[in-house]
Design a protein around this ligand. Structure first.
Ligand code: HSE
Length: 436
């Protein structure tokens, strides 16, 4: 059997994992793919590292552009990351008629529409299982396994770094800053953790999932993105007292007027399985009209877990590359002419429940004033805690959970609460999802 030839661009963590697993499981993978999958050439700026990982089993170069133009190469695996040279290489590979496998969520979330149009035109596949939730086959599930369903919503813990930090904050009562330091010391967070902790990485992944769940274009620029860096440890404790865990969720929900696409810290009932996903693990909960709720759990990062997803794509492409492009699984799960320009709703239009914490003077009538404002805004209270004022203090915390309301309404009520004389400072607002 003639092998299919792969050019690997980038042999860092994921590239190394891909190379190692492909070599270790070569026989099994060939039995599945129908022919050997051979990484013929590896491009990396660090040739010494490339030599160490490949052990002489592949040609090496520091010129990635030579790989995407190499007539021997059938599939280009892009593991460089970012939207600069990676975008140029992917578009060039497509232009040269090569299939592409990529783990690059930023590239797909921001330039996916352009890339898929180019791939469609050239009749090549762009596969991206490794771009969302590492080793969890969530793209396969959304694009193929759940194809009978009208997907109603999905919610995912799709960033391991932030989930690790939140678990540490809860387990050890740490502040965000201390938990981040722990995560960095253990290699779970990068030296510059901005993309992870500010929710950008999760928003890239949520954007990709929203596109294939609902048959809409990538609309990363419309996503609402809020990270965990401003999360106060006290809210994790209060949430626990109310029976909730706080997770950074990527949420995509279909509504009549459009799609909600948002990433933010979210209270979830602790009895939900997904609320118990701890440490650096990932999980995605998908609600389909026929199947109901399905939950996908596993490692969202790391050399071999992510390599596992890259290789799954390589096998798919190997099986399908001789088939008529019209008979392949569409890139975005829906036929290209059926992708609909459904708008992403602004965060003001999102409908959810809220956790509100406010510092108030402990005196008669304060609670009545606050609840009156909420009642006048048709916001119903689901639960409420008022802490006893600490000895010698005249202020205390009120924590409440509301029923669902549109965010604009919640914000207007909060603004009115904040100007009450007995309320000190800002009201802390977090969103709550029952995920039922
Ligand atoms: N940095 C990501 C995370 C993994 O922390 O989950 C790669 O997407």
């Amino acid at each position: 059997m003639k092998p299919i030839n792969v050019g690997l661009l980038g042999i860092g963590t994921v590239g190394g994992g891909t190379f190692t697993v492909l070599k270790r499981n070569a026989e099994e993978i060939t039995r599945r793919a129908g022919r050997p999958i051979c990484i013929t050439v590896v491009a990396d700026k660090n040739l010494e590292l490339a030599r160490k990982v490949t052990g002489g089993d592949a040609r090496l170069t520091d010129d990635a552009f030579a790989v995407v133009s190499d007539p021997e190469i059938d599939i280009v695996v892009e593991l460089i990351g970012g939207c600069g040279v990676a975008r140029e290489l992917v578009l060039q590979a497509i232009e040269n008629g090569k299939h592409v496998v990529t783990a690059n969520k930023a590239l797909l979330a921001m330039h996916g529409n352009e890339i898929f149009v180019a791939a469609q035109k050239k009749g090549v596949m762009v596969a991206f299982e490794a771009a969302v939730a590492g080793g969890i086959p969530i793209i396969k599930a959304l694009r193929e396994g759940l194809t009978a369903n009208r997907i109603e919503w999905l919610a995912g813990i799709i960033n391991g770094t932030t989930n690790f930090i939140l678990s540490e904050m809860r387990d050890k009562g740490l502040s965000f800053a201390d938990a981040l330091q722990d995560a960095q010391a253990l290699g779970y967070a990068e030296a510059d953790p901005t993309f992870d902790v500010e929710g950008v990485d999760a928003a890239h992944k949520a954007t990709i999932m929203s596109a294939i769940a609902f048959g809409i274009p990538m609309q990363f620029d419309k996503a609402y993105v809020e990270g965990i860096s401003k999360l106060d440890a006290v809210d994790i404790r209060y949430a626990e007292q109310l029976g909730y865990r706080i997770k950074l969720l990527g949420i995509a929900r279909r509504r009549e007027q459009g799609v909600e696409l948002r990433v933010h810290p979210t209270l979830i009932p602790e009895r939900r399985l997904i609320a118990n996903v701890e440490g650096a693990m990932n999980a995605v909960l998908v609600q389909g009209d026929a199947v109901g709720a399905t939950l996908y759990y596993g490692k969202g990062a790391g050399a071999e877990p992510t390599g596992s997803a890259v290789i799954a794509d390589l096998v798919d492409v190997t099986r399908l590359h001789t088939s008529d492009p019209e008979h392949r699984v569409p890139h975005l799960a829906f036929q290209p002419n059926q992708v609909r320009d459904v708008p992403v709703l602004s965060i003001d239009e999102v409908i959810t429940s809220y956790y509100l914490r406010m510092r108030v003077e402990d005196k008669p009538g304060v609670l009545a004033d606050i609840t009156r404002i909420l009642a006048d805004s048709s916001i119903s209270i689901e639960a409420l805690i008022q802490k006893e004022a600490a000895a010698g203090e005249s202020d205390t915390d009120i924590i409440m959970l509301t029923h669902r309301t549109v965010e604009r309404n919640a914000n207007a009520a909060i603004a009115k609460i904040e100007v009450l004389e007995s309320v000190q400072g800002k009201v802390t607002k977090l969103r709550v999802e029952s995920l039922s």
